[in-house]
Design a protein around this ligand. Structure first.
Ligand code: AMP
Ligand code: MG
Length: 430
């Protein structure tokens, strides 16, 4: 690893300073009641307690026979105990009869334990399968192995008791929490609402997909990579389209962003640009423009547009190059969305991997290198995905992580460890 002394020729913010400035403007959104099936990834905004027991009654953990445990003592393959089968009970039904000494009730998994019984003998410990009888003709059953009291019974309230606190405010709802809430019968859940993220691409060269491309023009990639990143992190993308490099065009689209929670723009923030984004935002609110000590995505615009009633619409102006826009999204827009949604851990998960290439960091900025991380044995290895130009979006498509070369580290050699922000794992690992 080769390092140099800090020597910032420009007044650059660190990634962390830029991120803190941005996050200071974000506060947790309001509560809505959503149908349970729409709650994935949302954060609970109230504590939840149960008003029922789970399971609601003692029930069978196996398909078998509800018995009195004492009656099965001494049974074996060679010396079975014969019990009289007096009834059957299925999941969803209630037992009709009581188990009395030397009788059994055929019972299915999940069915309520009949009164009188204190254990279940699974089919595998009886001659049920050998008999291959129609259950209705089953008059007696051979018990081949004894059970103890309580065997194969799932008890009322074993998982959850009525009155138990289940989830506290701030809990992130994953499929397992959603399953628990369904178990408890909750239909609508108080959660922090989904942020609406307005997206505007700027540039005279941009053409919307579906339109015929003219000489000098390119398709607008950023709208779509940004909108799908918004969705990935649980926001609602509001695609407002392409603004030309003139004030009138951008102003028109800005008006449509005012009912959103964040506005994300791309392009028009680098030096030598038309500076439209910066100008308009200074007129309609406040615009700060930073050089952030990172590569790619050095130029970032941040500020707000005044809405009515003293409200402000935060604006994140990402660079235009498609990789820069995505890398800046991960560092600044992702944590903003998560903070609005009520998440408290806003850091992207990282791992440590062994580098397969030597990385050179000529100007000593914090560098995010597109890598493909693979696990070999117990270790992770990271390999750069080719041309690291910030216009080469296919090298982002080949990557599943961003390896971080710290500031002032000019080289990391192949074979050394490097921290990698995982953008995602392989889709087939999900
Ligand atoms: P700018 O930040 O406006 O200087 O743009 C930097 C580079 O990114 C230029 O090559 C632009 O053509 C390109 N670019 C800007 N916006 C987009 C977009 N929405 N999709 C694809 N490329 C873009
Ligand atoms: Mg431009």
């Amino acid at each position: 690893m080769t390092t140099k002394n800090p020597n910032f020729s420009e007044n650059m913010l660190s990634v962390e300073e830029a991120r803190d400035n941005i996050l200071n403007m974000m506060s947790v959104l309001d509560t809505v009641y959503l149908p349970l099936s729409d709650c994935l990834g949302h954060v609970l905004s109230k504590n939840i307690s149960s008003i029922i027991d789970v399971p609601p009654w003692n029930n069978s953990a196996m398909d078998g026979f509800a018995v009195i445990a004492n009656n099965t003592q001494g049974s074996s393959d060679s010396n079975p105990v014969k019990l009289k089968v007096i009834d059957s009970v299925y999941a969803g039904d209630m037992p009709n009869l009581k188990v009395s000494p030397n009788t059994a009730i055929r019972i299915m998994t999940g069915a309520p334990i009949p009164d009188g019984a204190n254990a279940v003998v699974p089919f595998e410990q009886t001659n049920e399968i050998q008999q291959q009888l129609n259950p209705k003709q089953l008059n007696t059953i051979d018990i081949l192995k004894p059970v103890k009291e309580n065997d194969y019974i799932r008890f009322r309230g074993e998982d959850i008791k009525s009155g138990d606190s289940i989830f506290t405010k701030g809990t992130i709802l994953r499929p397992s929490e959603i399953g628990v809430l369904a178990t408890l019968g909750f239909k609508e859940i108080p959660v922090i609402r989904k942020p609406k993220i307005a997206i505007i691409s700027t540039g005279n060269e941009l053409t919307t997909i579906g339109e015929t491309i003219q000489p000098g023009k390119i398709y607008d990639a950023n709208t779509y990579s940004i909108a799908s990143s918004v969705e990935k992190y649980g926001g609602k993308p509001v695609i407002l389209g392409i603004a030309k490099d003139n004030e009138e065009s951008l102003n028109k689209l800005l008006d449509k962003a005012l009912d959103c929670d964040i506005l994300v723009t791309s392009a028009g923030v680098s030096k030598g640009d038309y500076d439209i984004v910066k100008n308009i935002l200074s007129q309609r609110g406040n615009m700060e423009f930073w050089s952030v000590n990172m590569k790619p995505a050095k130029p970032i615009a941040f500020g707000w547009i005044n809405k009515t009633h003293n409200e402000k619409l935060p604006l994140l102006g990402l660079p235009g190059n498609p990789v820069s826009a995505m890398v800046a999204f991960e560092q600044f827009v992702r944590p903003s969305i998560l903070k609005l949604k009520g998440y408290t851990n806003l850091d992207k998960p990282t791992i440590h991997a062994t580098l397969k290439d030597t990385i050179k960091n000529e100007d000593g900025r914090r560098m995010y290198i597109r890598v493909l991380v693979k696990k070999e044995g117990v270790d992770y290895y990271a390999e750069a995905t080719g041309n690291q130009g910030s216009h080469v979006l296919t090298s982002m498509a080949k990557a599943n992580g961003l390896a971080i070369c710290p500031e002032n580290v000019l080289q990391i050699d192949s074979g050394q460890k490097i921290e990698v922000q995982m953008i995602d794992w392989h889709v087939d690992d999900l």
